[in-house]
Design a protein around this ligand. Structure first.
Ligand code: NAD
Length: 512
């Protein structure tokens, strides 16, 4: 059952997609797909609006963010209804992942963008410091294409858009075709906040529209989605010499040390794996638990996993898998693991009680590192637990992956936690917590290896929407330039003397 299906239209008419709910499989919506021409029109409008926007002080741009925040707080139930309808996620997931994080992102960047984007003086080194001074001026890039996925359809559309706008850019936003209205809320929000016309356009559609945005002639792409599409986007950007930020998939490891608080760790494993039904890029996707505590830890995890409730309405803990093809991936990973000897302690199948795309919270043991469940992104409510001899083996296996997004380590010893964290090759690590680093907006969030390129948060993320222009200016009204004609032998010899003096002696090296 597909939840996004093409609608038959008259020849020459715009393409249309019909949407069904992943929770009930009932039809819920239909969208018109933005064409290449629509994207070109949006780009022209963005180009027209952007210079005046960039000329405004950052503090003025921030006022629009505060207004958007006020509106979001006032309309949160309306927004939640849209997100819940498209994704089927429980209200608490929608609130935590989408609305709460969105409010926090708006306030965090609105409050700090002016400081982060302030031009700054940078001390020069050596003799250069005597004659020149350096200013670093963050300049907007122009128009940014934001392409977002279906798992956090509102926050992952909003956060890059907010940062790109604050940095003085215009935005073309292309939300996922699986959850288009949730992404489109970002456009509605800023329109109501009075954002100048043309500065932000939302282009609904599928991969074709996304590709049209990438090829439209924008100045940067901020992409969040799968490794496969991310690679395609990166290739298209490379061809155009276009900067891109890629926030891609993950296979986050969890390491449980012998001294971990077992209750806390078991709770963390369950929340890390089953939050948003496991559809979080930095969900806990595999656990390495040291032998001494493995049985007790696993018992507590299974007890908690069995208590989770799936549902369509009212109070429930886990929603459906939002995209049918992802459900097939989950089923294939579990089936292969079982075939190779893994044991299912709970779940391991679609929920037979529910009509929608529900996969039961699943815990697996007796897994090995040649199974897909330990190597490829499952992106569902499945927690494989592997028993290891010690922490060294856990680290070795944690790093035996092509991903490097997040990780979490559980120990009562903060020093050990930090030591182990810095041995894991991932973009971020939580000690005694999970899935927190995206919400700590100070933390630059980005993946290593195939998990991505660049950062989305922190000053690094915001500055990623700028070109840091270096301006060298005279000090003390100096008249010298770096080189001048005519070249003379005496001057060349003088340069060589200076080189020896500067870098050939201890005093010189200290001054350099
Ligand atoms: P996806 O790659 O299928 O789609 C992402 C977006 O790209 C959609 O809007 C889609 O329409 C668009 N798209 C498809 N083809 C395109 C093309 N050729 N050119 C341009 N755009 C194109 O990803 P998804 O299935 O929607 O999302 C799930 C994936 O996203 C998971 O792998 C997850 O780990 C990842 N993700 C990563 C982060 C992060 O911050 N690292 C956050 C959330 C999700």
């Amino acid at each position: 059952m597909a939840i996004v299906t093409p609608v038959e239209v008259a020849p020459g008419a715009r393409r249309r997609l019909a949407l069904a709910s992943p929770a009930s499989l009932e039809p819920i919506d239909e969208i018109e797909v933005a064409s290449r021409e629509d994207v070109a029109r949006a780009l022209a409008a963005a180009r027209k609006a952007q210079p005046a926007w960039a000329a405004r002080p950052v503090s003025e741009r921030a006022q629009f963010m505060w207004r958007a925040l006020d509106l979001m707080l006032a309309k949160q139930d309306e927004f939640l209804a849209v997100i819940e309808r498209e994704s089927g996620k429980p209200k608490t997931d929608a609130l935590m992942i989408e609305m709460f994080a969105a409010c926090d992102a708006l306030a965090y960047f609105a409050k700090r963008a002016e400081r982060m984007l302030r031009p700054r003086k940078q001390r020069l080194h050596g003799v250069l410091a005597l004659v020149k001074q350096l200013r670093l001026v963050p300049r907007p890039l122009g128009v940014v294409g934001v392409i977002s996925p279906w798992n956090g359809p509102f926050i992952l559309s909003l956060n890059p858009t907010v940062q790109a706008l604050l940095a003085g850019n215009a935005v073309l936003l292309k939300p996922s075709e699986v959850t288009p209205r949730s992404g489109a809320l970002v456009g509605e929000l800023f329109a109501q906040a009075g954002l100048p016309e043309g500065l932000l356009s939302v282009l609904l559609g599928d991969g074709e529209t996304g590709a049209a945005v990438v090829e439209a002639g924008v100045d940067k792409i901020s992409f969040t989605g799968s490794v496969t599409t991310g690679r395609r986007v990166a290739e298209a950007c490379a061809r155009q010499l276009l900067p891109c930020t890629l926030e891609l998939g993950g296979k986050d490891p969890m390491i449980v040390c012998a001294d971990a608080d077992l209750d806390r760790a078991a709770g963390g494993a369950v929340a890390g794996a089953f939050f948003n039904a496991g559809q979080i890029c930095f969900s806990t996707e595999r656990v390495y638990v040291v032998d001494a505590i493995a049985d007790e830890f696993t018992r507590r995890v299974v007890e908690r996993a069995r208590a989770l409730r799936q549902g369509v309405s009212g109070e429930f803990d886990l929603g459906p898998i939002i995209w049918p093809r992802q459900l097939e991936v989950i089923e294939a990973h579990v089936a292969e693991a079982v075939e190779k000897g893994a044991k299912v302690l709970c779940g391991g199948r679609r929920n037979p009680q529910l009509a929608g795309l529900y996969y039961e919270p699943t815990v697996l043991v007796d897994v090995s590192h040649d199974m897909k469940i330990m190597r490829e992104e499952t992106f569902g409510p499945v927690l494989p637990i592997l028993r290891v001899r010690d922490e060294d083996e856990a680290i070795r296996l944690a790093n035996d992956t092509r991903y490097g997004l997040g990780a979490n380590v559980w120990t009562r010893d903060a020093e050990r936690g930090l030591r182990l964290a810095t041995r894991i090759d991932s973009g971020s690590v939580c000690v005694n917590d999970m899935t927190m680093t995206y919400g700590a907006f100070e933390a630059p969030f980005g993946g290593r290896k195939e998990s991505g390129v660049g950062f989305v948060n922190g000053p690094e993320g915001l500055l990623g929407y700028c070109h840091l222009q270096a301006v060298l200016i005279d000090r003390f009204g100096g008249r010298q330039t770096a080189a001048h004609y005519p070249y003379r032998t005496a001057r060349t010899a003088q340069m060589q003397r200076i080189m020896r003096l500067l870098w050939g002696s201890r005093l010189g090296r200290w001054l350099a």
